[in-house]
Design a protein around this ligand. Structure first.
Ligand SMILES: C[S@@+](CC[C@H](N)C(=O)[O-])C[C@H]1O[C@@H](n2cnc3c(N)ncnc32)[C@H](O)[C@@H]1O
Length: 286
């Protein structure tokens, strides 16, 4: 099947947003995720725990870009070849701002930046982004300029709800040491991600994307990604209990269908806690 590659187009991005009721701000009118849906600025997952689990698998990681926290925590853990993907270009922009910020801002200024990015009705109102512009890759800088009047980082809840996921002082220092350049970004729907890949990874983290996909789409996607994870490597198919419970059948079926090449299992953060955080893992066996 042929998949069209998105091309950055500010008119198309603006067309996804409509005026809010008060008439002086905008919001993204497409429910769900799209090529320009606003990005999160802080993860709502325990990526600190998840990135630690596969720390010894190797340095090559492919992960959803999302808020940028996924690649940043993998970098903090020592991964050196990190590629990212996302359906929304805004995720790349948020990630580029954060990787530039980590070199220039103190941790307190960085936390303030995340709050400002999330709350700004107009992204041009966030002063520290202007300071960071020279360090931001050209396509992201262009997009920020073109979308100055729009709230392109307003997805999810306010960062103050997820204070515990903000990097600690020590984590922030380690990220600063390890993140010296923007992460490579693949602008793609997960369903066609495999058509954009040439490399093999030790870990692929698909985060919370399968929640809204059918079991058949989940199967096809996991099978298509098989050749891009090394034998012994892991695809983190899903994080968080809600999506796992909802898709448990898809993963159980996968365990049967994939048994020639993969082991499918779940990993709980707290073994004895029925409500513990969980991840679904597909490990390539050959
Ligand atoms: C599923 S959301 C949830 C938020 C996430 N838990 C976090 O930590 O930020 C994560 C990211 O997946 C992206 N996404 C959603 N559906 C996608 C798809 N079909 N293909 C690729 N990326 C997708 C969104 O744009 C978003 O950045």
């Amino acid at each position: 099947m042929k998949f069209a590659k998105p091309i950055l187009n500010a008119d198309n991005a603006r067309a996804e947003y409509i005026k809010s009721d008060n008439g002086d701000s905008f919001h993204n009118s497409l429910l769900g995720f799209s090529h320009y849906s606003p990005s999160y600025v802080l993860t709502n997952e325990d990526i600190r725990w998840v990135s630690g689990l596969t720390q010894n698998k190797g340095p090559r990681v492919l992960t959803v870009a999302a808020s940028g926290d996924h690649p940043m925590f993998y970098a903090m853990r020592g991964a050196t070849n990190i590629d990212t993907f996302d359906i929304s270009f805004c995720a790349k922009v948020a990630m580029d701002i954060k990787t530039a910020a980590i070199q220039k801002l103190s941790r307190d200024e960085y936390v303030q930046l995340l709050n400002d990015m999330h709350q700004a009705q107009r992204i041009s109102d966030v002063k520290s982004i202007a300071e960071l512009m020279p360090d931001i890759p050209q396509n992201s800088a262009y997009f920020i300029q073109q979308m100055g009047a729009y709230p392109i980082f307003s997805n999810g809840l306010n960062p103050s709800y997820y204070k515990e996921t903000i990097p600690t002082d020590a984590e922030y220092a380690k990220m600063r040491e390890n993140i010296r350049a923007p992460f490579k970004f693949i602008w793609s729907d997960i369903k066609s991600l495999h058509t954009n890949l040439t490399d093999e990874y030790d870990v692929i983290n698909l985060s919370n994307i399968f929640e809204y996909m059918t079991p058949q789409q989940i199967h096809q996607t996991l099978a298509a990604l098989r050749n891009h994870v090394r034998p012994g490597g892991a695809i983190i198919a899903q994080t968080g209990n809600w999506g796992i419970n909802r898709n448990a059948r898809a993963y159980c079926d996968a365990a049967k269908k994939f048994k020639r090449w993969a082991r499918v299992g779940y990993c709980k953060k707290e073994k004895d806690n029925a409500n513990s955080e969980m991840i679904a893992v597909v490990q390539r066996t050959r």
